[in-house]
Write a protein that binds this ligand. Structure first.
Ligand code: HC3
Length: 403
């Protein structure tokens, strides 16, 4: 960070609060939701919305279905996964000028929508399945092509030179046509630009995609300053299960940048796929108008908080946040008194996940860590069929608080 001007991107009026924020970070407990950040760095978007980043280009998600060869399907699954990274980790920077602190979802918060384009209809159900620790689960499905993605994630953070975030959780992509699964693990990340006041995400470490057809993709992430590499670099290999250490078994390699261009080459170094993030168009997600949303839906639930953040009105931001927090506390109290647990609308907690257990063997050190995510979460098709608005079974008085 040498040479960077401290707090350069921080509004003059927020310089004091930014340096207190940085100081407070040194005694940080690892739960990102408890972090109190200055007003100028607050986002109006809840983390439940982030699940949409997996499918903003549905054509890439469904592309593997039309490929009859399992090895080549793995290449297309890798291409789709790499294509999601820019949206997941750099889009807020591009849109807002820096990474901001997302709204911390309440238990049961929903974010629902669909993409409609040449790939048909691709649907999204994202739900906050746990508040402490914060865990978001999602399911994205396209019935026309028989493609289903589901997963859940939590974050474990620590503070050193920067904020280091380990992602706990995983995703599973299922392709009906071949009845196959792909286990997707999640990369580590850290926040750069803290000193200057314009935080952004850099990815680090490795993540895996393991297919039930016998192939594994390992993706390595590095950034600027890492062995003098370029920002947002990626390097990946595809190999048969169990052959990670064998260079002669590498079937494909991918090199490039997850925010710009990457290419995928076969073992003979012929380019089989190329991707240029800047040239790709996204399909806008359709979300119901706020007035038609259920009180549990994210944009409706947070609308007053979001409006106050937008105006820079700190008092209203915190009083409107308190309305939500107090209703949540009241609900938890009521549930405890009745000996009940909040009923998730789309997901269920299960004892084990067969596809995960089978495929994780190919991920060095991979494990479920269910204790970090309040359980193992799966999309519950039966519940989802029933889950029509109103989703909320809240008492009228609590609903009133949220109007
Ligand atoms: C760490 C993060 C919240 C979590 C975000 C996750 C891991 C959520 C799941 C998505 O699929 C991928 C994803 C992308 C970005 C991650 C966020 C980046 C920053 C945010 C922190 C809580 C905010 C830190 C606050 C500040 C002021 C330093 O920006």
């Amino acid at each position: 960070m040498g040479g960077e001007q401290e707090g350069a991107a921080v509004p003059q009026s927020s310089k004091g609060s930014w340096s207190s924020f940085l100081k407070q970070m040194s005694s940080f407990n690892g739960d990102l939701s408890t972090m109190t950040a200055p007003a100028f760095i607050l986002s109006t978007t809840s983390l439940t919305e982030f699940s949409a980043y997996w499918a903003e280009m549905p054509r890439h998600l469904v592309a593997p279905v039309t490929e009859a060869n399992a090895e080549k399907r793995m290449v297309l699954v890798l291409k789709w996964f790499l294509s999601t990274l820019k949206q997941q980790y750099a889009s807020r920077n591009e849109k807002l000028g820096s990474e901001k602190k997302p709204l911390n979802p309440f238990l049961g918060e929903l974010f629902l929508g669909k993409w409609e384009d040449d790939a048909g209809t691709t649907q999204l159900a994202s739900e906050q399945v746990s508040h402490h620790p914060p865990v978001t689960a999602y399911s994205i499905w396209n019935n026309k092509h028989g493609v289903r993605l589901q997963g859940y994630n939590a974050q474990k953070a620590s503070f050193g030179r920067t904020i280091n975030v380990r992602q706990v959780g995983h995703a599973i992509l299922h392709i009906d046509e071949y009845d196959e699964d792909y286990l997707i693990t999640l990369p580590g990340l850290h926040i750069e630009g803290l000193i200057t006041g314009s935080p952004f995400v850099e990815l680090n470490g490795s993540s895996y995609i393991v297919s039930s057809t016998g192939y594994t993709a390992k993706i390595d992430y590095s950034g600027r300053g890492w062995l003098s590499g370029a920002k947002n670099s990626l390097s990946a290999t595809i190999f048969p299960h169990g052959k990670e250490k064998s260079k002669s078994d590498v079937l494909y390699t991918a090199e490039g940048s997850w925010t710009n261009d990457f290419t995928i080459k076969d073992a003979k170094k012929n380019t089989v796929e190329s991707y240029s993030a800047k040239k790709e168009s996204k399909t806008p997600l359709k979300v119901a108008d706020i007035k038609d949303q259920d009180p549990l839906e994210s944009r409706r639930a947070w609308q007053k908080v979001a409006a106050a953040i937008e105006k820079g009105d700190l008092n209203t931001t915190s009083s409107e946040k308190s309305v939500i927090e107090e209703s949540q506390r009241a609900l938890r109290k009521k549930e405890a008194a009745e000996g009940k647990e909040w009923e998730r609308r789309f997901f269920s907690r299960v004892k084990s996940s067969a596809p995960f257990e089978k495929l994780v063997k190919e991920v060095p050190g991979g494990s479920l860590e269910a204790n970090q995510t309040d359980g193992i979460w799966v999309f519950d098709g039966e519940k989802a069929k029933e889950a029509k608005p109103p989703f909320s079974k809240l008492s009228e008085e609590i609903k009133d608080g949220w109007k």
